[in-house]
Design a protein around this ligand. Structure first.
Ligand SMILES: Cc1cc2nc3c(=O)[nH]c(=O)nc-3n(C[C@H](O)[C@H](O)[C@H](O)COP(=O)(O)O)c2cc1C
Length: 361
C-alpha cells in the first residue's frame, strides 16, 4: 500500500499509535508546490499530493510540470493528473511515472475540480457527468491508467446529490483497479460552500474494500474526531486549513497520540508559524521555486489566525510595491523574491517578538 495507516509512514508525526489514521495534505493548485509539501511532511503529514498537472500540457512538454512534480528528499507523495480523456491521462500517467520514479508513490486522477476553466474542457468534475462505459467515465480512466503504469492509481472525486449514485461511482472506480479513493463530500455545484457531507462517505467506506480517504472540512481536532467517529475512514485529507498553516499536521498528530489538543501559548504558536515560514522560504529558494510562486500571497496566508495579522498583511503588501516584475527573467525574479522573502521574514519576527511582549505567559 502506498500509505500505511497502521504503521505511520512519517516519523515526524511523533506518534507511536499503531491505529493512527493517515493524514493527507490535499492537492491544491498554487499551494502544494514541492517546498510546501516538504514543510507539511516535516510537520507530520503522512502523505502529500502535487498540484494538478494537466495531461495535455504534460504530453506536449509543459516545462512547469517538472517544477510541480518533483519531491524533496524522497518524501512519500503522489502526483495528481487532470485531463479529459482516458488516452491523454494514461499517456501522461506513464510519462510522470517515468520522469519522477522512484520517488513518486502514486498517480492520482482529479475527478472533482469544479472550476469552470477546468470543467468546460471536460476535465475534473466534468468526468463525473460521463456515462458509464464511455471513454471519459472515471472507471474507464482508472482502468486505462492502471494498465499503463506500475504505480498504484487513486481517484479523487466529489459526491452527487444522490447517495446511491455516488456509491455506485465509487464502487466502479474500485472495480476498475483503484488502490484507494478520496471523496470530497461536496457536489460539483457546491464548489466550496455549504458543509461537506460525511454521511455519504461513511456509506462508501462500508461498501468498499480499498482504503477510503475523507476530504472536506477537517479544520481542527474536533472535526477530525467527529469525522473519524462517523466514518472510520483510512485517511483524512486536509486542504484549506493547511494553507499557510502546515502546523495543523503537528497539532492533529499530537491529538491522535494523546487524545487531547495540545495547549500552546500564543507567543509559542506565533514563533512556530515564523519557523514554518522560514523553512518554506528556505526550500523555495534552495530548489529554485521562487520564480513560480507569488511569495507575497503565500506569506499572507501564514498570517491567518495570528494576532496583528491585518497589520502584517498591510506591511507585506507595501514591500517592493513599485517594482515592476513583468519583464523580469527567471533569474531576476528569483533575486527579487529572495530579497522580498528576507523582508517578509523580518516582519514575522518583529511581530512574533511583539506578541511575546504583549501576551506574557
Ligand atoms: C486553492 C485551492 C486549490 C485546489 N486545487 C486542487 C487541485 O489541484 N486538485 C484537487 O483535486 N483539488 C484541489 N482543490 C480542492 C482540495 O483538494 C480539497 O478537495 C478541498 O479544498 C476540500 O477540502 P478542505 O475542506 O479541507 O479544504 C483545491 C482547493 C483549493 C482551496
Amino acid at each position: 500500500m502506498f500509505f500505511d495507516s497502521n504503521l505511520n509512514s512519517n516519523p515526524n508525526s511523533g506518534s507511536d499509535n499503531k491505529k493512527k489514521p493517515a493524514l493527507f495534505l490535499a492537492p491544491m493548485a498554487d499551494v502544494t508546490n514541492p517546498a510546501f509539501r516538504f514543510v507539511a511532511h516535516e510537520c507530520g503529514a503522512d502523505f502529500t499530493y502535487t498540484e494538478m498537472i494537466h495531461s495535455d500540457g504534460f504530453n506536449h512538454g509543459d516545462p512547469y510540470a517538472e517544477n510541480r512534480g518533483f519531491s524533496i528528499n524522497q518524501i512519500p507523495y503522489g502526483i495528481q493528473i487532470v485531463g479529459s480523456d482516458s488516452e491523454s491521462i494514461a499517456k501522461a500517467a506513464a510519462g510522470v511515472e517515468e520522469m519522477f520514479s522512484p520517488s513518486v508513490r502514486v498517480i492520482d486522477i482529479n475527478m472533482g475540480c469544479p472550476s469552470p476553466p477546468i470543467t468546460k474542457t471536460g476535465c475534473g468534475a466534468a468526468l463525473m457527468a460521463q456515462d458509464f462505459g464511455s471513454d471519459s467515465h472515471p472507471a474507464t480512466i482508472i482502468r486505462r491508467v492502471c494498465d499503463n503504469v506500475r504505480l498504484p492509481v487513486t481517484a479523487k472525486i466529489r459526491i452527487y446529490k444522490d447517495d446511491e449514485k455516488t456509491i455506485r461511482l465509487a464502487k466502479s472506480i474500485e472495480d476498475a483497479g483503484a488502490a484507494a479513493i478520496t471523496v470530497h463530500g461536496r457536489t460539483k455545484d457546491q464548489f466550496y460552500s455549504g458543509k461537506a457531507d460525511w454521511n455519504v462517505i461513511a456509506k462508501i467506506k462500508k461498501e468498499l474494500s480499498i482504503p477510503v480517504i475523507l476530504n472536506g472540512d477537517i479544520v481542527d481536532e474536533k472535526s477530525l474526531q467527529t469525522a473519524m467517529d462517523l466514518t472510520n475512514c483510512d485517511g483524512y485529507m486536509i486542504g484549506r486549513a493547511a494553507i499557510g498553516n502546515p502546523n495543523i499536521f503537528r497539532k492533529l498528530n499530537f491529538y491522535l497520540k494523546n487524545g487531547e489538543p495540545e495547549i500552546i501559548s500564543q507567543p509559542d504558536e506565533f514563533a512556530g508559524r515564523c519557523a514554518d515560514l522560514s523553512q518554506y522560504f528556505f526550500y523555495l529558494q534552495k530548489y529554485n521555486l521562487l520564480p513560480h510562486v507569488n511569495i507575497r500571497a503565500h506569506a499572507q496566508w501564514f498570517t491567518k489566525g495570528l494576532p496583528y495579522s491585518r497589520e502584517m498583511r498591510l506591511k507585506i503588501n507595501d514591500l517592493h510595491k513599485d517594482v515592476k516584475i513583468r519583464h523580469f527573467s527567471d533569474v531576476e525574479l528569483a533575486e527579487e523574491r529572495s530579497a522580498l522573502a528576507v523582508e517578509i521574514a523580518s516582519i514575522f519576527d518583529e511581530y512574533s517578538e511583539k506578541c511575546r511582549r504583549d501576551f506574557p505567559e
